[in-house]
Design a binder for this molecule. Structure first.
Ligand code: HEC
Ligand code: HEC
Ligand code: HEC
Ligand code: HEC
Ligand code: HEC
Ligand code: HEC
Ligand code: HEC
Length: 272
């Protein structure tokens, strides 16, 4: 049956294209027919004008202004500007990424990298944070600890949070949560990590999760576009810092998990 055979072939080819294409790992939800072959060209066009166009990345990746590595600043640490170019002396998206949306490997400059954090240490020193345990936040008298003369909170937070009144939506960070953690931790070795990191909760699961979180009185924070990050599962705070009961769950627990396993997993997954 030639017609059937050629349909089979088309589907196989489509599957190969989808698997091979960077669009397949879509973090932005869009239907597959939107991801046309001319898309890469459009990115080139929108971001092409050297020196000025690079901020156009934000027209599609809007939440990366705050929820990623910091951009738009003059760096104080020496960077290898041949590998990582600056724009008007500043770090921008294209300092770390190439424009070519067919590049793969997260389009990272100077790669491919075998380990997620290899690129970090091309600019950051591994030792800089090595003496700091930011999960110890208070001394024995309940006074907030200092790191480099500033409250320990500012290792991660951009401005000092008010633990009495601030919730997930009120606090701001010096970088995306994962970038904060990666300064000191390699990603977990377990498969749980790759199955979840930056994965979007499907609508059905999101409602199920919210319902369970309410009844268990636990906060399960997500990053924009309902994606999972480190603090979705882990509570980095010391016991006694966060005043809101639901958000304080899991402080100082084993592996700093918001709920023990398997309860944590069952907030989102149904037993079948
Ligand atoms: C200092 C380096 C750096 C800068 C600056 C940077 N990125 Fe990234 N970006 C990375 C690294 C490293 C990864 C891979 C993270 C990982 O391993 O998951 C990444 C991953 C991504 C991803 C894919 C992962 C995801 O979140 O879905 C997107 C999209 C992205 N960057 C967009 C941007 C945009 C847009 C900008 C500018 C606003 C930007 N990046 C600025 C280093 C950078
Ligand atoms: C016309 C819209 C558009 C523009 C402009 C755009 N992107 Fe993307 N980009 C996408 C889409 C769609 C994806 C696939 C979904 C995803 O992974 O978020 C993507 C994926 C990525 C990825 C992940 C690739 C991977 O290996 O998984 C990176 C990194 C990225 N973009 C960086 C950039 C940077 C840097 C710029 C600016 C030079 C930029 N993008 C401009 C739409 C765009
Ligand atoms: C191209 C160089 C470069 C790369 C690559 C890079 N960074 Fe940065 N990063 C900087 C600069 C510069 C700053 C601002 C700090 C400064 O100027 O002292 C910064 C700031 C940060 C901050 C905000 C807190 C702080 O220390 O100011 C975090 C967190 C961070 N980087 C994490 C990472 C992680 C994790 C990676 C790898 C996934 C990474 N960075 C890769 C250059 C880089
Ligand atoms: C190791 C990084 C880190 C340090 C250090 C840190 N925080 Fe946080 N904080 C986070 C992350 C990640 C979140 C987001 C999780 C969330 O939304 O609850 C958060 C959220 C919060 C929230 C919102 C909680 C809620 O109700 O959702 C408050 C309040 C807060 N932090 C206060 C503090 C104070 C006060 C300190 C210092 C004593 C501090 N944090 C130190 C990473 C940190
Ligand atoms: C400045 C460095 C630093 C940063 C930033 C940091 N941590 Fe930690 N973390 C530590 C140290 C030090 C320990 C305790 C030492 C150890 O692992 O034995 C620790 C312990 C942990 C543990 C418990 C591991 C265990 O074996 O008991 C978890 C989970 C954890 N951190 C998660 C996070 C998350 C999530 C973030 C980001 C929100 C983060 N950390 C940010 C330094 C850091
Ligand atoms: C879906 C939930 C989930 C997410 C997302 C997650 N973790 Fe974990 N993490 C766990 C569980 C469960 C454990 C307990 C040990 C195990 O299963 O590997 C753990 C263990 C850890 C440990 C201690 C043991 C080890 O393997 O080193 C660290 C440190 C850690 N995670 C850091 C992180 C960081 C950093 C991120 C984000 C970049 C992250 N985790 C994202 C669930 C998660
Ligand atoms: C915040 C919600 C959330 C939590 C908490 C969570 N998961 Fe998931 N998990 C997801 C999402 C979303 C996926 C992506 C696949 C999907 O849509 O079901 C996933 C996928 C998986 C997969 C892969 C399934 C497949 O078909 O590929 C396994 C296995 C898994 N989770 C186990 C766990 C375990 C074990 C835990 C507890 C340590 C856990 N999950 C915690 C949301 C969550």
């Amino acid at each position: 049956m030639p017609a059937k055979a050629s349909l089979g072939l088309t589907l196989t080819l489509l599957a190969i294209i989808l698997i091979a294409s960077p669009w397949a790992s879509a973090g932005i939800s869009r239907s597959s027919n939107e991801v046309k072959s001319d898309h890469a060209a459009k990115v080139e066009q929108e971001t092409g004008r050297a020196g000025t166009g690079y901020l156009k990345c934000l027209s599609c990746h809007a939440d990366y202004k705050n929820n990623h590595h910091p951009i738009g600043f003059v760096p104080s640490i020496v960077t290898n500007t041949t590998v990582f170019p600056l724009y008007d002396g500043k770090v921008q998206c294209l300092t770390c990424h190439t424009r070519n949306h067919r590049g793969g490997g997260q389009l990272l400059r100077g790669g491919p990298y075998s380990d997620r954090r290899e690129i970090c240490f091309r600019c950051h020193s591994k030792e800089e944070y090595s003496g700091i345990d930011p999960h110890i936040m208070m001394d024995d008298n309940g006074v907030i600890m200092k790191v480099n003369d500033r409250p320990v909170c500012l290792v991660c937070h951009e401005k000092m949070p008010n633990p009495k009144s601030d919730g997930t939506k009120d606090v701001s960070f010096r970088a995306d949560v994962a970038f904060l953690c990666w300064r000191c931790h390699s990603p977990m070795v377990s498969p749980v990590f790759d199955q979840h990191f930056l994965v979007t909760l499907p609508a059905g699961m999101l409602n199920y999760m919210k319902k369970n979180a309410r009844s268990l009185a636990v906060t399960i924070p997500l990053v924009p576009r309902n994606r999972i990050t480190c603090s979705t599962c882990h509570n980095p705070h010391q016991k006694g810092i966060i005043q809101n009961g639901a958000s304080s769950k899991g402080a100082d627990s084993r592996d700093r998990l918001r709920l023990p396993v398997p309860d944590l997993c069952l907030v989102c997954h149904r037993l079948s």
